[in-house]
Design a protein around this ligand. Structure first.
Ligand code: ARG
Length: 273
């Protein structure tokens, strides 16, 4: 990847907090985030990512604390975007803001059926080695989403059924890396989905992580030209990544973890081809 050929969408955490519980990470965390620390951690991620990509910012919104997780704004392909349709009432208020941002930024907004929940790039990840879109369902995005996306975008999709509520979005337990590598936590998927991952990704390209690393949201990573940004990862995993040619970069995001989000959730790649 040439330097700055990517643009990343982020949203400052001005109104970020844990105000409700819609995933297991948020349990017991209401009003427990530290504002200053959240800002520092977000700034650090911004600066780190900003060395390898341009940044675009979406304005924060009062009473929409989870809008910081721009991965859930929508799914971009070329000039087109599908704006997310959130499953939970708590996040539906974000939809018009995301729509307005994409419209103002010149994207063509594709029609999406309002009765089909789909949480954008949180549940739809482009493989970086083949023409394939991995699509997660089971907790947030509907089981009908993979077929709908395939029709709408003309991209082959691989549907993955999520079974562990701690890993409720696909980007919490799977990360396609440059060169067709796949970082993932196998136990987050049902057997059929694990078999599909194995069928579509050669063994040498699969990096299966242990539960302890998965719980650090190591799979919630942002790969920019082989620089892999993540909340945390064990030395063992970092060594593994390095030997596969990647440069893991740990950028702690404890305050956002309290809401069930890490590095990938806080970013959205706006250049996807
Ligand atoms: N609290 C947010 C939610 O439950 C976290 C979203 C994390 N985003 C992601 N792409 N995994 O919706």
């Amino acid at each position: 990847m040439t330097l700055h050929s990517q643009t990343i969408l982020m949203c400052p955490p001005n109104h970020f907090e844990v105000a409700y519980v819609i995933n297991p990470w948020m349990e017991g965390q209401i009003a427990k985030t530290d504002d200053d620390l959240a800002h520092r951690q977000w700034d650090d991620l911004c600066n780190a990512v900003g060395q390898y990509a341009k940044l675009a910012l979406e304005p924060p919104q009062r009473d929409l604390p989870d809008i910081v997780f721009t991965a859930n704004a929508g799914l971009v392909l070329g000039e087109k975007v599908i704006v997310s349709r959130f499953r939970s009432r708590e996040r539906r208020g974000e939809e018009p803001h995301h729509r307005a941002w994409f419209e103002e930024s010149g994207f063509e907004i594709l029609d999406w059926p309002q009765d089909v929940p789909f949480e954008g790039a949180g549940d739809a990840l482009f493989d970086r080695g083949q023409d394939l879109l991995w699509v997660g369902h089971g907790f947030r995005s509907d089981a009908a989403v993979p077929a709908l996306l395939e029709k709408l975008l003309g991209r082959k999709t691989a549907a993955l059924n999520l079974v562990d509520p701690r890993f409720y979005h696909l980007d919490t337990c799977l990360c396609p890396l440059e060169g067709g590598y796949l970082l993932y936590f196998p136990a987050a998927f049902d057997e059929k989905s694990r078999a599909l991952i194995e069928a579509l990704t050669p063994q040498g390209k699969r990096i299966a992580v242990e539960e302890a690393d998965a719980m650090k949201f190591c799979c919630n990573a942002v790969d920019l030209g082989g620089h892999v940004f993540m909340n945390d990862a064990s030395e063992t995993l970092q060594t593994h990544l390095r030997s596969a040619g990647f440069a893991p970069i740990v950028t702690p995001l404890s305050e956002f973890m309290k809401a069930g989000g890490g590095a990938k959730c806080l970013t959205l790649k706006l250049v996807e081809t």
